[in-house]
Design a protein around this ligand. Sequence first.
Ligand code: BTN
Length: 250
Amino acid sequence: MDQKIYLRSTKSTNADAYALAIRGAAHGVGVLAQEQSHGRGRLGREWISPPGTGLYCSIIIRPSLPCGEFPRITLTAGLALCSAIESLTSRPFGLKWPNDLYCAGKKCGGILVESSPLHQGAENLFVIVGIGVNVNTRGNAFPLSLAGKASSLFMETGLPWDIDMLYDTIHASLLHHIALHEKQGFAEILKEWRLRDVLYEKEMQWLTTEGKVIRGWGMGPDDEGQLIARDGEGGVHKILSGDVQLLKEN
Ligand code: BTN
């Protein structure tokens, strides 16, 4: 069993796991906190992490993959999270590119992947997979800005969930999917990922690197894991930033 470090309260489990990995902590070591005071989301956003109702954890991965492959681990981690939650809840969860966990059009969780500096020797490279899931959150506990956009496992299943057991299931699924990625290649991961793509053929909008908002329809990730979309004029776009919004759930 890989080492699991429990913290009552911390700033960010990603920061804790990063510090441990720099000091040589092994593949599979995880940090799990009851609450975070400075939980970090993607694109510099905050991840609100109140005590007791969410899963906040970060797992150290030392991939046997060339570092050019590291950005794809983000999709591998999303697939691992989604399939773990599906297997526990028997509910149809999906993934919004690059790696948000969705159910019935609402976000239930997200992943923040951070890599070690890439210039060091291969044996020192690592990736931190930070996972946040709204577990036992009640609808009225979300801030107004998230009303109608966020959900939790409790809200989707009507059942309370044991956060420690969830961590163990997600941890096992993550290590399993990383091994699959290493042994069978990213194409195998993508095949499964595409089955859970909530943006596929759905109307969405995204922010270009020039700050322009474009509307279009999702065409799924390409073989590199970059999201492809087409606009109303038939133009095809490769989306580099992760700032994508699903416009309609249908
Ligand atoms: C996102 O959807 O923006 C990603 C959210 C990731 C949040 C998790 S909670 C545990 C870990 N520690 C952090 O500070 N962030 C990640």
